[in-house]
Design a protein around this ligand. Structure first.
Ligand code: IPM
Ligand code: MG
Length: 359
């Protein structure tokens, strides 16, 4: 038995994670999915964003299946009292430094993209985002009142060379298995951290002679992603740039509701790495509770969990093929339906996926 910690959190989190759990149970009889509170759901129950028993569950689990965190009612609180704190604690405490975001345009979905179908057809890239450093974690990080009585705030972008090297290795290793090209994104013309980033990426590249590297400034990368996205294979970038670029890349697939992610760290061994798996879409407060959210990202996150934490490539493929087949059959949730096509709700779409799981 492998234990999976299921932390569905807030907004559409519970609606979509439930679908992922259902698919996971279809393909693996030997996983035990245990739910626990996180984020706003924990705060509302009078607990901290990441309660001790939730952490204890994660400690004894093979992986975490995560939904989303964030509730408007906590937006004005300091970070430590906001639902998002849970996400940052999990990433930090389990050293989940490598965030993998595969961006694929499934056949049939070209027409749902915000770009011309000809630009996105067959698109297949991955964003490798550094997840435990940079401006989201650097110190000092605070709001304060200065000596002259003026309110001010500071965030710090900070990287040490080994943090860059380990994430660069992840990107090069992925590229080796793919089309062997890494695009490293930075802001080297203005940021010191980017100067170090570029230098370490170049050094790391020496160990991967079969992989070519291009460096792009982040503003240019944002432009290239919508100009000619097919030029990308693996995009390697620091925390905040990766956060922004991956949302942008998600829209190429038609909806942010399509994009799964895996956050991997140092725990675990070989092909059974501990990881956290989550849709990148967030809580989507505008549609939460309506039962219409697209569960694709959550279901594909379960596939990544099977691949990286349970070392079960065949099951991962089955899930991905079922999703692909569902789209081919014309199944669409509201975010993807175009031209008056009837949209399936969250459960109906999952029914189609489950029915199409290869036996
Ligand atoms: C993501 C999200 C998070 C982040 C938020 C919810 C804190 O946008 O995983 O991309 O910024 O990392
Ligand atoms: Mg984000």
């Amino acid at each position: 038995m492998s234990t999976i910690a299921v932390l569905s959190g807030d907004g559409i989190g519970p609606e979509v994670v439930q679908c992922a759990v259902r698919v996971l149970r279809e393909v693996r009889l030997d996983v035990e999915c245990v739910e626990a509170l996180v984020g706003g759901a924990a705060l509302r129950a009078g607990k901290p964003p990441l309660p001790d028993d939730t952490r204890a569950l994660c400690d004894r689990s093979a992986a975490i299946l995560f939904g989303a965190v964030g509730l408007p009612e906590y937006d004005s609180k300091p970070l430590a009292e906001r639902p998002e704190k849970a996400l940052f604690s999990l990433r930090h405490d389990y050293e989940l430094y490598a965030n993998i975001r595969p961006v694929r345009v499934f056949p049939g979905l070209e027409g749902s993209s915000s770009l011309l179908p000809s630009l996105v057809q067959g698109l297949d890239l991955i964003v490798v985002r550094e997840l435990t450093g940079g401006i989201y974690f650097g110190q000092p990080k605070e709001r304060r009142t200065a000596a002259d009585g003026i309110e001010e705030a500071v965030d710090t972008m900070f990287y040490r060379a080994p943090e860059i090297e380990r994430i660069a290795r992840v990107a090069f290793e992925f590229a080796q298995q793919r089309r062997r090209h890494v695009t490293s994104v930075d802001k080297q013309n203005i940021l010191e951290t980017s100067g170090l980033w570029r230098q370490v990426v170049e050094q790391t590249a020496q160990s991967f002679p079969a992989v070519s590297v291009t460096h792009l400034l982040v503003d240019n990368a944002a432009m290239q992603l919508i100009r000619r996205p097919a030029q990308f294979d693996v995009i390697l970038t620091e925390n905040m740039f990766g956060d922004i670029l991956s949302d942008e890349a998600a829209m190429l697939t038609g909806s942010i509701g399509n994009l799964p992610s895996a956050s991997l760290g140092t725990r675990g061994n070989g092909n059974r790495r501990f990881g956290m798996y989550e849709p990148i879409s967030g809580t989507a407060p505008d549609i939460a509770g309506k039962g219409i959210a697209n569960p694709t990202a959550a279901i594909l996150s379960a596939a990544l969990l099977l691949r990286y934490s349970l070392d079960d490539e065949p099951a991962a493929r089955r899930v991905e093929q079922a999703v692909e087949s569902a789209f081919r059959s014309g199944a669409r949730t509201a975010d993807l339906a175009r031209g008056g096509a009837r949209a399936l709700n969250t459960t109906e779409f999952t029914d189609v996926v489950v029915a199409r799981l290869p036996r």
